[in-house]
Design a protein around this ligand. Sequence first.
Ligand code: ATP
Ligand code: MG
Length: 384
Amino acid sequence: MKVLLLRFGELYLKGNNRNVFEMGLINNIKEMLAGEDFKFSKTFGRYIISNYKDEREKEIVAKLKRVFGLHSFSKAEEVESNAEAITGEVLKTSVEGKSFKVIVKRADKSFPVSSMDFAARLGGELLKKYPSSKVDLYNPEVEVNVDIRVNGRAYIYTFSIKCQGGLPLKSAGKGLLLLSGGIDSPVAGYLMGKRGLALEAVHFHSYPYTSERAKEKVISLAKILSGYVGQIKLHVISFTKIQEAIHVHCKPEYMITIMRRIMMRIAEKLCQKNELGAIVTGESLGQVASQTMQSMTVTGSIVDVLPVFRPCIAMDKEEIMDVARAIDTYETSILPYEDCCTVFLPKNPVIKPTIEKAEKEEAHLDIDALVEEALKGEKLIIIK
Ligand code: ATP
Ligand code: MG
């Protein structure tokens, strides 16, 4: 029987929590495959997807590749784990004219032949059936794998498809992603999702200074991201009044610092209201003036209790772009629509702001009222 044989990664490290993690992972797999016909089963150390429609295989494979916590999977033939059935199946793998290697894994130690001996025996049978083939243990053209599991079944396959790795989504709780239309923040969301953090997102727009299309772009990015992290509640907040007030009342070089601090205030409030346990940004150290250590001190100091996760902090732009391409957000991120941060942009933003000076500038504003009004105008979009 044709199946997909799934392996999970880091769950192995989880000791007593392992069951909880596994249940989370299984749920996530089923959610990802919702709408597909398939049968799910498990045996120690592996999950098995079977009875799916051939014509849906491509989509199922694409979906499984996006499940965080899965390490890899293989298209495999499942047979009864006895030497005869396994040999019969292995011999169907044509290695004519090719170099090959047989690898036997034996989770089921009651299988009567040792892995090494059985691999050698299967290799011999293959050589007999395909006389122009040869064994190459170091650089084979074909790797014939036999995985003997404790469910009385063996799985024969020739290659594996790599998944994302990481931890099952939701196993780390839920956070709030500050999602701009840029390259970095969707990558930040993906990276945190990969560590098990489910996400809601907040986007600040400055309509009419920023266009409707800029907002549509963010919705598209959230949609692509949701292919990995599942449903995203996107909180859309108008930042126009706040920016106008800062523009009028605060020193231009502190404009971005104050904007960021107000974004953080609003983010923190959204977290409290929606029971979210962390704030996520796409900041990368030194990338721009607002991402120096001092800037992050001044903006981060707004947030009292919650951690602020900045998974791109140590990544070069090139590395961030590589991830963006791999997760398919790049082409959307580079569409040339303005972000609210580009509106009223000062020529010389401060590179080393201080909390005292930021507070002095903020004293010109009625921040509580501005924050409250912005939150009142919140629009919620469910992205799936
Ligand atoms: P990105 O590519 O994610 O836009 P960036 O390099 O343009 O990042 P900044 O504009 O300095 O960097 O923004 C830093 C971080 O602040 C972003 O990664 C994002 O998390 C958050 N942010 C910036 N603008 C917005 C916005 N309009 N709405 C929500 N979050 C934002
Ligand atoms: Mg940006």
